[in-house]
Design a protein around this ligand. Structure first.
Ligand code: EPZ
Length: 447
Protein backbone atom coordinates (compact mmCIF):
# COMPACT_ATOMS: atom_id res chain seq x y z
CA UNK A 1 0.00 0.00 0.00
CA UNK A 2 1.18 3.51 -0.82
CA UNK A 3 1.48 6.55 1.45
CA UNK A 4 2.12 10.23 0.83
CA UNK A 5 4.86 12.04 2.68
CA UNK A 6 4.28 15.80 2.73
CA UNK A 7 6.69 18.39 4.04
CA UNK A 8 4.32 21.27 4.70
CA UNK A 9 4.65 25.01 4.54
CA UNK A 10 5.66 25.35 0.88
CA UNK A 11 3.72 27.93 -1.16
CA UNK A 12 2.18 26.70 -4.42
CA UNK A 13 2.39 28.40 -7.80
CA UNK A 14 1.75 27.63 -11.45
CA UNK A 15 -1.09 26.20 -13.52
CA UNK A 16 -2.89 22.87 -13.57
CA UNK A 17 -5.71 21.52 -15.68
CA UNK A 18 -8.74 20.01 -13.94
CA UNK A 19 -9.44 16.45 -15.12
CA UNK A 20 -12.76 15.11 -16.36
CA UNK A 21 -15.27 14.30 -13.65
CA UNK A 22 -15.22 10.91 -11.93
CA UNK A 23 -18.81 11.15 -10.71
CA UNK A 24 -20.03 12.17 -14.16
CA UNK A 25 -18.01 9.45 -15.92
CA UNK A 26 -19.38 6.53 -13.89
CA UNK A 27 -23.08 6.85 -14.90
CA UNK A 28 -22.04 7.97 -18.42
CA UNK A 29 -20.09 4.71 -18.79
CA UNK A 30 -23.08 2.69 -17.54
CA UNK A 31 -25.22 4.39 -20.20
CA UNK A 32 -23.19 2.46 -22.81
CA UNK A 33 -25.41 -0.51 -21.89
CA UNK A 34 -28.38 1.34 -23.40
CA UNK A 35 -27.18 1.04 -27.00
CA UNK A 36 -25.73 -1.56 -29.38
CA UNK A 37 -23.57 1.13 -31.01
CA UNK A 38 -20.17 2.42 -29.80
CA UNK A 39 -20.14 5.20 -27.22
CA UNK A 40 -17.07 7.46 -27.14
CA UNK A 41 -16.36 9.31 -23.90
CA UNK A 42 -13.59 11.92 -23.84
CA UNK A 43 -11.57 13.06 -20.82
CA UNK A 44 -12.60 10.17 -18.56
CA UNK A 45 -10.08 10.34 -15.69
CA UNK A 46 -7.63 7.49 -15.08
CA UNK A 47 -8.75 6.34 -11.63
CA UNK A 48 -9.14 3.00 -9.84
CA UNK A 49 -12.91 3.57 -9.58
CA UNK A 50 -13.13 4.04 -13.36
CA UNK A 51 -11.08 0.87 -13.91
CA UNK A 52 -13.52 -1.00 -11.63
CA UNK A 53 -16.45 0.29 -13.67
CA UNK A 54 -14.67 -0.85 -16.87
CA UNK A 55 -14.27 -4.34 -15.32
CA UNK A 56 -17.93 -4.38 -14.29
CA UNK A 57 -19.08 -3.42 -17.78
CA UNK A 58 -16.80 -6.16 -19.16
CA UNK A 59 -18.68 -8.77 -17.10
CA UNK A 60 -21.87 -7.41 -18.71
CA UNK A 61 -20.64 -7.86 -22.29
CA UNK A 62 -19.54 -4.24 -22.81
CA UNK A 63 -15.92 -3.87 -23.97
CA UNK A 64 -13.81 -0.76 -23.38
CA UNK A 65 -11.00 0.48 -25.61
CA UNK A 66 -8.70 3.36 -24.73
CA UNK A 67 -7.52 5.83 -27.35
CA UNK A 68 -5.60 9.11 -27.39
CA UNK A 69 -3.08 9.52 -24.57
CA UNK A 70 -2.14 6.26 -22.83
CA UNK A 71 -3.94 5.67 -19.53
CA UNK A 72 -1.39 6.16 -16.79
CA UNK A 73 0.70 8.50 -18.97
CA UNK A 74 1.30 11.99 -17.60
CA UNK A 75 -1.64 14.15 -18.58
CA UNK A 76 -0.65 16.16 -21.62
CA UNK A 77 -3.08 18.77 -20.41
CA UNK A 78 -5.51 18.64 -23.26
CA UNK A 79 -7.86 15.94 -21.99
CA UNK A 80 -7.35 14.15 -25.30
CA UNK A 81 -7.97 10.66 -23.95
CA UNK A 82 -10.94 8.83 -25.43
CA UNK A 83 -12.65 5.71 -24.15
CA UNK A 84 -14.83 3.71 -26.54
CA UNK A 85 -17.44 1.42 -25.00
CA UNK A 86 -19.19 -1.15 -27.15
CA UNK A 87 -21.70 -3.87 -26.23
CA UNK A 88 -20.75 -7.20 -27.81
CA UNK A 89 -22.91 -9.56 -25.72
CA UNK A 90 -26.27 -8.36 -24.44
CA UNK A 91 -27.29 -11.67 -22.85
CA UNK A 92 -25.43 -10.96 -19.59
CA UNK A 93 -27.44 -9.34 -16.79
CA UNK A 94 -25.64 -10.13 -13.51
CA UNK A 95 -23.32 -7.59 -11.85
CA UNK A 96 -21.13 -9.63 -9.48
CA UNK A 97 -20.70 -8.87 -5.78
CA UNK A 98 -16.86 -9.01 -6.03
CA UNK A 99 -16.86 -5.84 -8.16
CA UNK A 100 -19.94 -3.99 -6.84
CA UNK A 101 -18.71 -4.30 -3.24
CA UNK A 102 -15.58 -2.29 -4.18
CA UNK A 103 -17.56 0.55 -5.73
CA UNK A 104 -21.02 1.79 -4.79
CA UNK A 105 -21.42 3.36 -8.23
CA UNK A 106 -21.76 -0.20 -9.55
CA UNK A 107 -25.48 0.29 -8.79
CA UNK A 108 -25.55 2.58 -11.90
CA UNK A 109 -25.84 -0.45 -14.19
CA UNK A 110 -29.22 -1.43 -12.71
CA UNK A 111 -31.37 1.10 -14.62
CA UNK A 112 -29.64 0.62 -18.02
CA UNK A 113 -29.73 -3.20 -17.77
CA UNK A 114 -33.39 -3.22 -16.86
CA UNK A 115 -34.25 -0.75 -19.64
CA UNK A 116 -32.34 -2.49 -22.43
CA UNK A 117 -32.20 -6.15 -21.42
CA UNK A 118 -35.45 -6.37 -19.44
CA UNK A 119 -33.80 -7.84 -16.35
CA UNK A 120 -30.89 -7.36 -13.98
CA UNK A 121 -29.25 -8.96 -10.97
CA UNK A 122 -27.07 -6.43 -9.17
CA UNK A 123 -25.45 -7.01 -5.83
CA UNK A 124 -26.96 -4.73 -3.15
CA UNK A 125 -24.17 -2.24 -2.32
CA UNK A 126 -23.30 -2.15 1.35
CA UNK A 127 -22.75 0.91 3.52
CA UNK A 128 -19.36 2.55 3.52
CA UNK A 129 -17.18 4.75 5.69
CA UNK A 130 -19.39 7.82 5.11
CA UNK A 131 -22.69 6.21 6.16
CA UNK A 132 -25.37 3.57 5.55
CA UNK A 133 -26.17 4.72 1.99
CA UNK A 134 -29.49 2.95 1.30
CA UNK A 135 -30.83 2.42 -2.25
CA UNK A 136 -34.56 2.46 -1.40
CA UNK A 137 -35.18 5.52 -3.63
CA UNK A 138 -33.53 3.82 -6.64
CA UNK A 139 -35.82 0.83 -6.17
CA UNK A 140 -38.92 2.97 -5.53
CA UNK A 141 -38.26 4.81 -8.80
CA UNK A 142 -37.75 1.66 -10.85
CA UNK A 143 -40.87 0.06 -9.34
CA UNK A 144 -42.88 3.10 -10.43
CA UNK A 145 -41.82 2.20 -14.00
CA UNK A 146 -43.29 -1.28 -13.52
CA UNK A 147 -40.14 -3.17 -12.46
CA UNK A 148 -40.70 -6.22 -10.29
CA UNK A 149 -37.96 -6.25 -7.69
CA UNK A 150 -36.98 -8.86 -5.10
CA UNK A 151 -33.92 -9.40 -2.94
CA UNK A 152 -32.14 -12.74 -3.28
CA UNK A 153 -28.91 -13.71 -1.50
CA UNK A 154 -27.86 -10.06 -1.17
CA UNK A 155 -28.67 -9.30 -4.81
CA UNK A 156 -31.32 -6.96 -6.21
CA UNK A 157 -33.21 -9.04 -8.77
CA UNK A 158 -35.25 -6.87 -11.12
CA UNK A 159 -37.44 -7.69 -14.08
CA UNK A 160 -39.48 -5.62 -16.55
CA UNK A 161 -42.81 -7.35 -17.22
CA UNK A 162 -42.94 -8.35 -20.89
CA UNK A 163 -39.31 -7.21 -21.22
CA UNK A 164 -40.04 -3.45 -21.27
CA UNK A 165 -40.63 -0.85 -18.58
CA UNK A 166 -43.59 1.55 -18.72
CA UNK A 167 -43.41 5.29 -18.01
CA UNK A 168 -44.69 6.48 -14.64
CA UNK A 169 -44.73 9.34 -12.11
CA UNK A 170 -41.86 9.13 -9.65
CA UNK A 171 -40.99 11.20 -6.57
CA UNK A 172 -37.30 10.79 -5.69
CA UNK A 173 -37.02 12.99 -2.58
CA UNK A 174 -35.69 11.34 0.58
CA UNK A 175 -34.79 12.53 4.08
CA UNK A 176 -31.67 14.33 2.75
CA UNK A 177 -33.13 15.57 -0.52
CA UNK A 178 -32.86 13.79 -3.83
CA UNK A 179 -30.47 11.02 -4.80
CA UNK A 180 -27.81 11.53 -7.46
CA UNK A 181 -27.20 7.95 -8.58
CA UNK A 182 -30.89 7.11 -7.97
CA UNK A 183 -31.85 9.85 -10.45
CA UNK A 184 -29.25 8.48 -12.91
CA UNK A 185 -30.74 5.00 -12.61
CA UNK A 186 -34.37 6.04 -13.05
CA UNK A 187 -33.49 8.44 -15.89
CA UNK A 188 -31.61 5.69 -17.77
CA UNK A 189 -34.52 3.31 -17.18
CA UNK A 190 -37.11 5.82 -18.41
CA UNK A 191 -35.42 6.72 -21.72
CA UNK A 192 -36.31 3.33 -23.22
CA UNK A 193 -39.61 2.80 -21.31
CA UNK A 194 -42.95 2.79 -23.11
CA UNK A 195 -44.63 6.20 -22.70
CA UNK A 196 -43.87 9.22 -20.53
CA UNK A 197 -42.07 9.37 -17.18
CA UNK A 198 -42.05 12.36 -14.85
CA UNK A 199 -39.35 12.43 -12.16
CA UNK A 200 -40.15 14.90 -9.37
CA UNK A 201 -37.42 15.92 -6.91
CA UNK A 202 -34.76 14.77 -9.37
CA UNK A 203 -31.15 15.49 -8.44
CA UNK A 204 -29.95 18.76 -10.04
CA UNK A 205 -26.23 17.93 -9.81
CA UNK A 206 -24.14 18.87 -12.90
CA UNK A 207 -23.28 15.16 -13.29
CA UNK A 208 -26.98 14.40 -13.89
CA UNK A 209 -27.24 17.26 -16.36
CA UNK A 210 -24.21 15.81 -18.17
CA UNK A 211 -25.84 12.36 -18.25
CA UNK A 212 -29.07 13.86 -19.64
CA UNK A 213 -27.00 15.69 -22.28
CA UNK A 214 -25.38 12.44 -23.38
CA UNK A 215 -28.71 10.59 -23.46
CA UNK A 216 -30.25 13.36 -25.58
CA UNK A 217 -27.30 13.09 -27.97
CA UNK A 218 -28.04 9.32 -28.15
CA UNK A 219 -31.63 10.10 -29.19
CA UNK A 220 -33.47 10.24 -25.85
CA UNK A 221 -36.29 12.74 -25.30
CA UNK A 222 -35.67 14.53 -22.01
CA UNK A 223 -36.91 17.92 -20.80
CA UNK A 224 -35.82 19.76 -17.65
CA UNK A 225 -32.22 18.51 -17.31
CA UNK A 226 -30.59 20.25 -14.34
CA UNK A 227 -33.95 21.01 -12.73
CA UNK A 228 -35.87 19.00 -10.09
CA UNK A 229 -38.55 17.99 -12.65
CA UNK A 230 -37.51 15.72 -15.50
CA UNK A 231 -39.97 14.74 -18.22
CA UNK A 232 -38.89 11.79 -20.33
CA UNK A 233 -40.68 10.41 -23.38
CA UNK A 234 -39.46 6.87 -23.94
CA UNK A 235 -38.03 5.93 -27.36
CA UNK A 236 -37.62 2.52 -29.05
CA UNK A 237 -33.81 2.58 -29.34
CA UNK A 238 -30.77 4.77 -28.70
CA UNK A 239 -27.71 5.29 -30.89
CA UNK A 240 -24.03 5.74 -30.02
CA UNK A 241 -22.51 9.17 -29.34
CA UNK A 242 -19.26 11.07 -28.90
CA UNK A 243 -19.27 13.04 -25.66
CA UNK A 244 -16.78 15.08 -23.60
CA UNK A 245 -17.13 14.60 -19.84
CA UNK A 246 -17.57 17.75 -17.73
CA UNK A 247 -14.62 18.91 -15.58
CA UNK A 248 -14.48 17.46 -12.08
CA UNK A 249 -15.94 20.14 -9.80
CA UNK A 250 -14.70 18.36 -6.67
CA UNK A 251 -11.12 18.04 -7.91
CA UNK A 252 -11.32 21.70 -9.02
CA UNK A 253 -12.61 22.76 -5.60
CA UNK A 254 -9.94 20.70 -3.83
CA UNK A 255 -7.16 22.53 -5.70
CA UNK A 256 -8.71 25.91 -4.88
CA UNK A 257 -8.65 24.91 -1.20
CA UNK A 258 -5.02 23.74 -1.64
CA UNK A 259 -4.08 27.25 -2.84
CA UNK A 260 -6.14 28.89 -0.09
CA UNK A 261 -4.65 26.84 2.76
CA UNK A 262 -1.06 27.48 1.59
CA UNK A 263 -1.82 31.18 0.95
CA UNK A 264 -0.83 30.75 -2.69
CA UNK A 265 -1.89 32.13 -6.07
CA UNK A 266 -2.42 29.46 -8.72
CA UNK A 267 -4.21 29.16 -12.07
CA UNK A 268 -6.67 26.38 -12.85
CA UNK A 269 -7.65 25.51 -16.42
CA UNK A 270 -10.80 23.58 -17.41
CA UNK A 271 -12.46 25.05 -14.30
CA UNK A 272 -16.26 24.59 -13.91
CA UNK A 273 -17.17 27.97 -12.36
CA UNK A 274 -20.93 27.54 -12.76
CA UNK A 275 -20.93 24.15 -11.03
CA UNK A 276 -19.13 25.57 -7.97
CA UNK A 277 -21.31 28.57 -7.09
CA UNK A 278 -21.84 27.69 -3.41
CA UNK A 279 -18.18 26.76 -2.82
CA UNK A 280 -16.98 29.98 -4.46
CA UNK A 281 -19.46 31.96 -2.33
CA UNK A 282 -18.09 30.39 0.88
CA UNK A 283 -14.49 30.96 -0.27
CA UNK A 284 -15.28 34.61 -0.96
CA UNK A 285 -16.76 34.93 2.56
CA UNK A 286 -13.51 33.46 3.94
CA UNK A 287 -11.55 36.04 1.92
CA UNK A 288 -10.31 33.85 -0.94
CA UNK A 289 -11.13 34.99 -4.46
CA UNK A 290 -11.42 32.94 -7.62
CA UNK A 291 -11.47 35.19 -10.66
CA UNK A 292 -11.98 34.43 -14.35
CA UNK A 293 -9.00 34.66 -16.69
CA UNK A 294 -10.74 35.09 -20.04
CA UNK A 295 -8.81 34.32 -23.20
CA UNK A 296 -8.33 37.55 -25.16
CA UNK A 297 -11.19 38.29 -27.52
CA UNK A 298 -13.38 35.46 -26.16
CA UNK A 299 -16.11 35.52 -23.53
CA UNK A 300 -15.24 33.67 -20.30
CA UNK A 301 -16.29 30.01 -20.45
CA UNK A 302 -18.18 29.40 -17.19
CA UNK A 303 -18.10 25.62 -17.75
CA UNK A 304 -14.45 25.09 -18.75
CA UNK A 305 -12.65 28.42 -18.38
CA UNK A 306 -9.37 29.35 -16.69
CA UNK A 307 -9.41 31.02 -13.27
CA UNK A 308 -6.86 32.38 -10.86
CA UNK A 309 -7.03 31.91 -7.11
CA UNK A 310 -6.01 34.82 -4.88
CA UNK A 311 -5.46 33.86 -1.24
CA UNK A 312 -6.64 35.76 1.85
CA UNK A 313 -4.24 37.57 4.19
CA UNK A 314 -6.43 36.50 7.11
CA UNK A 315 -8.97 33.66 6.79
CA UNK A 316 -12.35 34.78 8.13
CA UNK A 317 -14.48 32.23 10.05
CA UNK A 318 -17.80 31.25 8.41
CA UNK A 319 -20.79 28.89 8.57
CA UNK A 320 -21.13 26.04 6.08
CA UNK A 321 -24.11 23.75 5.44
CA UNK A 322 -23.67 20.93 2.96
CA UNK A 323 -26.73 20.51 0.75
CA UNK A 324 -27.77 18.96 -2.56
CA UNK A 325 -26.68 20.99 -5.61
CA UNK A 326 -26.65 23.98 -5.99
CA UNK A 327 -25.81 24.00 -2.26
CA UNK A 328 -22.33 23.45 -0.85
CA UNK A 329 -21.23 19.91 -1.84
CA UNK A 330 -20.67 17.27 0.84
CA UNK A 331 -17.70 16.11 -1.25
CA UNK A 332 -15.86 19.37 -0.32
CA UNK A 333 -16.79 19.36 3.37
CA UNK A 334 -13.53 17.80 4.62
CA UNK A 335 -11.47 20.17 2.49
CA UNK A 336 -13.19 23.33 3.80
CA UNK A 337 -12.83 22.04 7.34
CA UNK A 338 -9.04 21.82 6.94
CA UNK A 339 -8.99 25.41 5.67
CA UNK A 340 -11.20 26.71 8.48
CA UNK A 341 -8.85 25.13 11.05
CA UNK A 342 -6.57 28.08 10.24
CA UNK A 343 -9.28 30.79 10.27
CA UNK A 344 -9.27 33.67 12.71
CA UNK A 345 -12.18 32.59 14.96
CA UNK A 346 -14.96 30.00 15.25
CA UNK A 347 -16.62 28.43 12.22
CA UNK A 348 -19.47 25.90 12.08
CA UNK A 349 -19.86 23.12 9.53
CA UNK A 350 -23.13 21.19 9.36
CA UNK A 351 -23.36 18.06 7.23
CA UNK A 352 -26.89 17.72 5.84
CA UNK A 353 -26.27 14.86 3.36
CA UNK A 354 -24.17 12.29 5.25
CA UNK A 355 -24.44 13.25 8.96
CA UNK A 356 -21.59 10.89 9.95
CA UNK A 357 -19.12 11.93 7.28
CA UNK A 358 -16.50 13.14 9.75
CA UNK A 359 -13.68 10.59 9.56
CA UNK A 360 -11.22 13.44 9.11
CA UNK A 361 -12.11 15.07 12.46
CA UNK A 362 -10.14 12.64 14.66
CA UNK A 363 -7.17 12.83 12.29
CA UNK A 364 -7.17 16.65 12.16
CA UNK A 365 -7.20 16.66 15.96
CA UNK A 366 -3.92 14.70 15.78
CA UNK A 367 -2.53 17.59 13.73
CA UNK A 368 -3.38 20.17 16.38
CA UNK A 369 -6.82 21.27 15.12
CA UNK A 370 -9.44 22.46 17.61
CA UNK A 371 -12.71 20.75 16.62
CA UNK A 372 -15.86 20.01 18.63
CA UNK A 373 -18.36 17.66 17.04
CA UNK A 374 -22.01 17.79 18.02
CA UNK A 375 -24.03 15.32 15.93
CA UNK A 376 -24.01 16.49 12.29
CA UNK A 377 -22.18 19.74 13.17
CA UNK A 378 -18.58 20.56 13.97
CA UNK A 379 -17.40 23.78 15.59
CA UNK A 380 -14.01 24.62 14.14
CA UNK A 381 -11.96 26.95 16.31
CA UNK A 382 -9.12 28.45 14.34
CA UNK A 383 -5.61 27.63 15.54
CA UNK A 384 -2.38 29.43 14.69
CA UNK A 385 -0.90 26.42 12.90
CA UNK A 386 -1.34 22.74 12.13
CA UNK A 387 1.43 20.31 13.01
CA UNK A 388 2.49 17.40 10.77
CA UNK A 389 1.59 13.87 11.94
CA UNK A 390 0.98 10.37 10.54
CA UNK A 391 -2.74 10.23 9.63
CA UNK A 392 -5.17 8.01 7.77
CA UNK A 393 -8.84 8.14 6.77
CA UNK A 394 -10.83 5.45 5.01
CA UNK A 395 -12.82 7.91 2.90
CA UNK A 396 -11.70 9.56 -0.33
CA UNK A 397 -12.64 13.16 0.51
CA UNK A 398 -11.56 12.90 4.16
CA UNK A 399 -8.13 11.87 2.85
CA UNK A 400 -8.13 14.88 0.50
CA UNK A 401 -8.85 17.14 3.49
CA UNK A 402 -5.85 15.63 5.27
CA UNK A 403 -3.56 16.23 2.27
CA UNK A 404 -4.55 19.91 2.37
CA UNK A 405 -3.86 20.05 6.11
CA UNK A 406 -0.48 18.42 5.45
CA UNK A 407 0.42 21.02 2.80
CA UNK A 408 -0.11 23.80 5.34
CA UNK A 409 1.23 22.05 8.44
CA UNK A 410 4.58 22.65 10.10
CA UNK A 411 6.77 19.57 9.62
CA UNK A 412 6.05 16.21 8.00
CA UNK A 413 2.65 14.60 7.48
CA UNK A 414 2.33 11.00 6.35
CA UNK A 415 -1.00 10.11 4.76
CA UNK A 416 -1.44 6.34 4.88
CA UNK A 417 -3.53 4.20 2.54
CA UNK A 418 -3.68 6.64 -0.34
CA UNK A 419 -5.61 4.10 -2.41
CA UNK A 420 -8.65 5.94 -1.09
CA UNK A 421 -7.36 9.10 -2.80
CA UNK A 422 -6.50 7.18 -5.96
CA UNK A 423 -10.20 6.32 -6.29
CA UNK A 424 -11.02 9.97 -6.98
CA UNK A 425 -7.91 12.04 -7.77
CA UNK A 426 -5.71 11.25 -10.76
CA UNK A 427 -2.12 11.13 -9.48
CA UNK A 428 -2.81 13.89 -6.98
CA UNK A 429 0.81 13.99 -5.82
CA UNK A 430 1.99 14.70 -9.40
CA UNK A 431 -0.43 17.60 -9.76
CA UNK A 432 0.67 19.04 -6.41
CA UNK A 433 4.35 18.57 -7.34
CA UNK A 434 3.70 20.55 -10.53
CA UNK A 435 2.53 23.35 -8.27
CA UNK A 436 5.70 23.13 -6.16
CA UNK A 437 4.47 21.08 -3.20
CA UNK A 438 6.93 18.83 -1.39
CA UNK A 439 4.93 15.58 -1.59
CA UNK A 440 6.17 12.07 -2.37
CA UNK A 441 4.41 8.74 -2.91
CA UNK A 442 6.15 5.89 -1.11
CA UNK A 443 5.32 2.26 -0.51
CA UNK A 444 4.27 1.66 3.11
CA UNK A 445 6.62 -1.34 3.26
CA UNK A 446 9.54 1.07 2.74
CA UNK A 447 8.60 3.33 5.64
C1 EPZ B 1 -23.21 10.56 -5.12
O1 EPZ B 1 -23.46 9.41 -4.30
C2 EPZ B 1 -21.71 10.69 -5.24
N1 EPZ B 1 -21.16 9.47 -5.82
C3 EPZ B 1 -21.08 10.94 -3.87
O2 EPZ B 1 -19.69 11.19 -4.07
C4 EPZ B 1 -21.72 12.20 -3.26
O3 EPZ B 1 -21.20 12.39 -1.96
C5 EPZ B 1 -23.24 12.03 -3.20
O4 EPZ B 1 -23.75 11.74 -4.52
C6 EPZ B 1 -23.96 13.27 -2.69
O5 EPZ B 1 -23.64 14.36 -3.50
C7 EPZ B 1 -21.14 9.31 -7.13
O6 EPZ B 1 -21.61 10.13 -7.90
C8 EPZ B 1 -20.47 8.09 -7.66
P1 EPZ B 1 -27.10 10.14 -2.98
P2 EPZ B 1 -24.95 8.82 -4.21
O7 EPZ B 1 -27.91 8.96 -3.38
O8 EPZ B 1 -25.68 9.10 -5.46
C9 EPZ B 1 -29.77 9.31 0.85
C10 EPZ B 1 -17.40 10.88 -3.69
O9 EPZ B 1 -16.68 11.14 -2.71
N2 EPZ B 1 -30.36 8.23 0.06
O10 EPZ B 1 -27.32 11.41 -3.70
O11 EPZ B 1 -24.83 7.42 -3.76
C11 EPZ B 1 -28.30 9.06 1.21
O12 EPZ B 1 -28.18 8.25 2.35
C12 EPZ B 1 -18.75 10.25 -3.49
O13 EPZ B 1 -17.05 11.08 -4.86
C13 EPZ B 1 -31.48 7.58 0.53
O14 EPZ B 1 -31.99 7.86 1.61
O15 EPZ B 1 -25.55 9.72 -3.06
C14 EPZ B 1 -27.81 10.46 1.40
O16 EPZ B 1 -28.16 10.92 2.69
C15 EPZ B 1 -19.00 9.82 -2.09
N3 EPZ B 1 -32.02 6.57 -0.24
C16 EPZ B 1 -28.59 11.27 0.36
O17 EPZ B 1 -29.74 10.47 0.05
C17 EPZ B 1 -31.49 6.23 -1.45
O18 EPZ B 1 -32.04 5.32 -2.12
C18 EPZ B 1 -27.85 11.58 -0.91
O19 EPZ B 1 -27.26 10.38 -1.43
C19 EPZ B 1 -30.36 6.91 -1.92
C20 EPZ B 1 -29.81 7.92 -1.14
Amino acid sequence: MDSFIINGGRPLSGTVRVHGSKNASLPLMAAALLTDQPLILRDVPDLSEIRNMTRLLGTLGCEAEQGGAEPGAPDAGGGDRAMTLHVTDSSLTAAPYEIVKTMRAGICVLGPLLAKRGRARVSMPGGCAIGDRPVDLHLRGLKALGAEITLDAGDIVAQAPGGRLTGGHVFLGGPSGSTVLGTANVLCAAVLAKGQTVIESAACEPEIEDLAGLLIQMGAKIQGAGSPRLIIDGVEALSGADHRVIPDRIEAGTFVFAAAITQSSITLDNFPTDALGAALDRLHAIGVDVTPKPTEGQPFDRHRGSVSVTPADVLKPIQVFTQPHPGFPTDLQAQIMSLLCLADGNSTITEKIFPDRFLHVAELLRMGADLTRNGPSVVVTGVGELIGAPVMASDLRASAGLVLAGLAARGTTTINRVYHLDRGYERMEKTLQTLGADIQRVNEADL
